[in-house]
Structure formats: structure tokens, C-alpha cells
Design a protein around this ligand. Structure first.
Ligand SMILES: [Zn+2]
Length: 170
């Protein structure tokens, strides 16, 4: 099932998501749906709040279907190590059409549970490191625009408000 992506302005995107405690068939179905929804939206990462589900779940595939082994499920993820810095354009499926330069860690280690509830650690670099940080932020109710200057953020919010008023934010 493909879920519509929740857009900026919906409070579900700005509240911390709840921990997952049950790893059952229902969760596995949700994970399949999240990958499907992410690909449909042409994204390389998707957090559950972005489909209106306030749970600590994210899916990532920075190769966008190129490498099946690159599909990653992060449940209850915590960032445990950040090294180096990288700076490049970042966007979000919940803030379509906008991109801003964001400085992030270059090499990031995340600790998370997989679909079966087993804990693992994974270290990613560059785009994957960025995805770990971006998606974990989502689960803490934080959007990438919290990492840009207040001036740029206000400008972006003004533009979004205009789009909302014009009924073009959907
Ligand atoms: Zn996002």
C-alpha cells in the first residue's frame, strides 16, 4: 500500500515518535509499505511520521533500488558516533521543491533494531551518513530546516505559507 506523504505544517512531523516494542507481521507489512511509498515518492529515505505514523521507524535506500542489499530498516535508531563534516544540498519529501545546504557529519554510526527486533550497528559515509542523521532527526520531531540559518528558514516558511494559502501545498 502506498501512503501519501505528510507535508510540513502537519504537527506529526514535529513531535517525537514513540518507540516500537512489537515486531510482528503488522510491522513487517508497514515496512514493505514504507519502502513502496518511499520509492513512489522518489526518495532515498522515509521516516514513519512522514506517512502520519508516529513510531520510531525509518527506511533507507541510498542506491534507490540499484542494490537490494542497500535497503536498510532502522527501528528505534540512536546515533552513537559522528565523525568529520560534509556540506551539501539536502531536501525532504515532506518539504517538496525546497533544498538547502546543510552541514552534517561525514561518517555516522547508528545503533538500531532490525525488522525482527535484533540490535545492530551500521556505519555510513556521505549520503548514507546524511540519511542516518536526517531520518533519526525525523523520529525526534526535527526537520532538516532546523539546521539552516533562521533567516533562510523564515524565508522558506513564508514561501510555504503562501503555497498553503493558494492551496498548492499538497
Ligand atoms: Zn525528511
Amino acid at each position: 500500500m502506498i501512503y501519501p506523504i505528510v507535508l510540513f505544517g502537519d504537527p506529526v512531523l514535529e513531535k517525537p515518535a514513540a518507540a516500537v516494542t512489537v515486531f510482528d507481521a503488522e510491522l513487517h507489512k508497514l515496512l514493505d509499505d514504507m519502502f513502496e511509498s518511499m520509492y513512489e515518492a522518489h526518495g532515498v529515505g522515509l521516516a514513519a511520521p512522514q506517512i502520519g505514523i508516529s513510531k520510531r521507524i525509518a527506511v533507507i535506500d541510498v542506491t534507490f533500488k540499484e542494490d537490494p542489499d542497500a535497503k536498510l530498516v532502522l527501528i528505534n535508531p540512536e546515533i552513537i558516533k559522528i565523525e568529520g563534516r560534509q556540506s551539501s544540498q539536502e531536501g525532504c519529501l515532506s518539504i517538496p521543491e525546497f533544498r538547502e545546504n546543510v552541514t552534517r557529519g561525514k561518517r555516522v554510526t547508528v545503533r538500531a533494531q532490525n525488522a525482527k527486533g535484533k540490535w545492530f550497528e551500521h556505519t555510513g559515509e556521505d549520503l548514507l551518513a546524511r540519511a542516518f542523521l536526517h531520518e533519526t532527526d525525523h523520529l525526534n520531531g526535527k526537520l532538516y530546516i532546523s539546521h539552516i540559518s533562521g533567516l533562510k528558514r523564515d524565508l522558506m516558511k513564508r514561501k510555504i505559507r503562501k503555497l498553503q494559502k493558494a492551496g498548492e501545498w499538497k
